[in-house]
Write a protein that binds this ligand. Structure first.
Ligand code: NIG
Ligand code: FE
Length: 417
């Protein structure tokens, strides 16, 4: 199919001179075409520009294109959610009430709830149940304009269940229109059966799980919850380096609840991203800037845990490329609404509306190694395009807590209209 989106109030392209995540003032450079058009053929973007320029350069394609009128609207790349715990059994609204009554996230986890509660439910759930449940979540993501989602395992903590989660993600990648990018996160918690000997669980991840994930090509990334009482920096380093040997790119849940030099570790092991970073140190932030590690910030998690958000403003000013994601999971962030999370990034991390848009498109794409393929409207890239029913991009944050998605084009097909 050939599509021509015409007469948009603003086409936000995020075009840049280089193929790298955007830093500092680049995060504010949206490269907007006023009254712009986007020409799409099959699953690719052919060109962006004015209607006249596209007509001159591509008369044949323009002649056969189905036209979409975007008058009064904003056109931008599909949103990318670079951090979710997508596939899980059950829900944990009971813990929400416990936290409202004053319990902390870690108290609940240490008492056998939290990740352990979801692990139990995920172990019990059938493949089909998890598949159907997650399929619905992906429908919700899509309705909110998210066209690519990263998905972490980590509610199995035994091989069979980790594999089940990763296989569900794989089947969804094949069958659902939203792209699902997999991360192995066997090191999400130490399961009860290894409580007395956590190093034996680390060995199991390194010697058995990682090789199987790599052999069965079940994930591209390897993530660890590096946190006091979960995995130490030493254990995390071992796990991330072991994954690297098998071609799994390191990611890390770093400095979420207590400072633990997770940001420093991310830079040291060459992680593509460090995530959360609520209490990352000044040095950790500088190390990440120097290494080019993407900070995947999750202000919805801070909001839901009633914690202070990461220092997003400082990170950008220090030169760290910042992405923003939902952290969708049943405990600390049960929402798929990336638009709401974007608003929180403005409100609670001092980020500008422009920076937030960059953080949920091109920088989020780089956080999952897709920066050359998605995240901007540029010739040759995948045609994942949103049409938003707002007059300008600022209204996306200003009219907050609403879904402004009008049309979603995924792989060049209209999938939400
Ligand atoms: O990113 N921090 C660890 N993991 C998740 C929470 C998972 C859960 O509570 O189920 C997070 O916040
Ligand atoms: Fe997470």
């Amino acid at each position: 199919m050939t599509l021509l989106i015409n007469d948009a109030n603003q086409v936000i392209t995020f075009q840049a001179e280089h193929n790298k995540p955007r830093t500092r003032q680049e995060m504010r450079a949206l490269n907007i075409i006023v009254g712009g058009s986007v020409l799409i053929d099959e699953d690719r973007i052919v060109a962006v520009g004015t209607k006249e320029s596209l007509q001159t350069l591509y008369p044949e394609l323009v002649a056969k294109a189905k036209t979409i009128d975007a008058t009064g609207k904003v056109v931008m790349p599909g949103l990318v959610d670079a951090h979710t715990h997508l596939v899980f059994g059950g829900t944990r609204e009971n813990e929400f009430q416990m936290r409202l009554n004053g319990a902390t996230y870690m108290d609940i986890m240490n008492a056998g709830g939290g990740i352990h509660a979801t692990t139990k439910k995920t172990r019990e759930a059938s493949f089909e149940h998890l598949y159907e449940k997650t399929y619905k979540h992906l429908n919700d993501f899509l309705k909110h304009g998210i066209t690519t989602v990263e998905a972490k395992s980590g509610y199995g903590l035994d091989w069979n269940t980790e594999e089940k989660q990763l296989q569900v993600a794989k089947k969804l990648q094949e069958n659902h229109v939203v792209d699902v990018v997999s991360t192995f996160m066997g090191a999400h918690a130490v399961p009860a059966e290894f409580k007395e000997n956590p190093d034996a669980f680390v060995d199991l991840i390194i010697n058995e799980m990682i090789p199987k994930v790599a052999k069965e090509k079940l994930a591209e990334f390897n993530d660890v919850f590096c946190e006091k009482g979960v995995f130490t920096p030493e254990q995390s380093r071992k796990i991330l380096l072991a994954g690297k040997e098998y071609g799994l790119i390191p990611k890390i849940h770093a400095d979420e609840i207590e400072p633990y030099e997770g940001a420093e570790l991310a830079a040291e092991v060459g992680a593509i991203s460090a995530e959360h970073l609520l209490v990352a140190s000044d040095k950790g932030i500088r190390d990440m800037a120097e290494a080019g590690t993407v900070a995947v910030l999750l202000p919805g998690t801070a909001f839901f845990l009633k914690a202070d958000s990461a220092r997003g403003r400082l990170m950008i000013d220090e030169g760290v490329p910042v992405a923003i994601s939902t952290d969708f999971n049943p405990g600390s962030s049960p929402t798929i609404s990336l638009p709401f999370i974007m608003n929180l990034a403005c409100m609670n991390m001092g980020m500008t509306m422009e920076e937030v848009l960059t953080a949920t498109t091109i920088n989020a794409a780089y956080a999952i190694n897709r920066g050359q393929e998605i995240g901007s409207l540029e010739a040759g890239k995948k045609a994942d395009v949103l049409i938003l029913d707002v007059a300008n991009y600022q209204q996306l944050q200003y009219f907050y807590g609403m879904n402004h998605t009008h049309t979603v084009i995924k792989n060049g097909q209209i999938v939400v209209a």
